[in-house]
Design a protein around this ligand. Structure first.
Ligand code: GRF
Length: 206
């Protein structure tokens, strides 16, 4: 059998990059058949850029100054991604909403990670929303990106308990442990061509 080419990934970040690190670690361990061709940040201060550089991965700062609107910013982003031959775009704490320009350029090929069990608690501060609501379980969701906020088809989810004495920090830490597991897993399914999408249904043959 001919070995499959590693999946060409771009990881988009804005902050700490612990999920980027989890993806890098799985690739370096030989557990994920992918290659990160670039890490792109809208924030020049993002620690994720240091993490990428530590592993010899190309970094690009794509900040929004100089762009009149979201569509123009996204058109330039699409050009960068095309130049790098990217097949899957991974949003790992990228704090910008994508316009239809990006979404239509990569249909079912942009993944986002959300720190709650969607459709509960979309948008910002999902862990605080979960605590304020008083749910007993929360978790994280990997989904394809569409033009809404955290509304695209769900690929994988993982559940964690919410403890009585949880703070935003303790709940976030418990959720992040699961994020670091399911995000690389979802990318691996894509790399192995095991994901198909019909409407909202994401099918993964067992
Ligand atoms: C994660 O909690 C993810 O769910 C959210 O942004 C956070 C990014 O964390 N979308 P990190 O930068 O990967 O540490």
């Amino acid at each position: 059998m001919v070995a499959r080419e590693p999946l060409k990934l771009a990881v988009l970040v804005s902050g700490n990059g612990s999920n980027l690190q989890a993806i890098i670690d799985r690739i370096e361990a030989g557990e994920l058949n992918a290659r990160i061709v670039c890490v792109i940040s809208n924030n020049p201060e993002a620690f994720a850029l240091t993490r990428a550089a530590n592993h010899g991965i190309a970094t690009i700062i794509h900040d929004n100054r100089g762009f009149a609107n979201r569509r123009e910013y996204d058109a330039a982003l699409v050009a960068i991604l095309r130049e790098h031959g990217v097949r899957l775009v991974v949003l790992a704490g990228f704090m910008r909403i994508l316009s239809e320009v990006m979404v239509s350029a990569f249909p079912h090929a942009i993944m986002n990670l959300h720190p709650a069990l969607l459709p509960s608690f979309p948008g910002l501060h999902a862990q605080k929303q979960a605590l304020d609501y008083g749910v007993k379980f929360s978790g994280c969701t990997v989904h394809f990106v569409d033009c809404g906020t955290d509304t695209g088809p769900v690929i994988l989810q993982s559940v964690v308990p919410v403890e009585q004495d949880d703070t935003e920090e303790t709940l976030s830490a418990r959720i992040q442990r699961e994020e670091h597991r399911i995000f690389p897993e979802a990318i691996g399914l894509f790399a192995d061509d095991r994901i198909s999408v019909e409407g909202r249904q994401v099918r993964i043959p067992s």
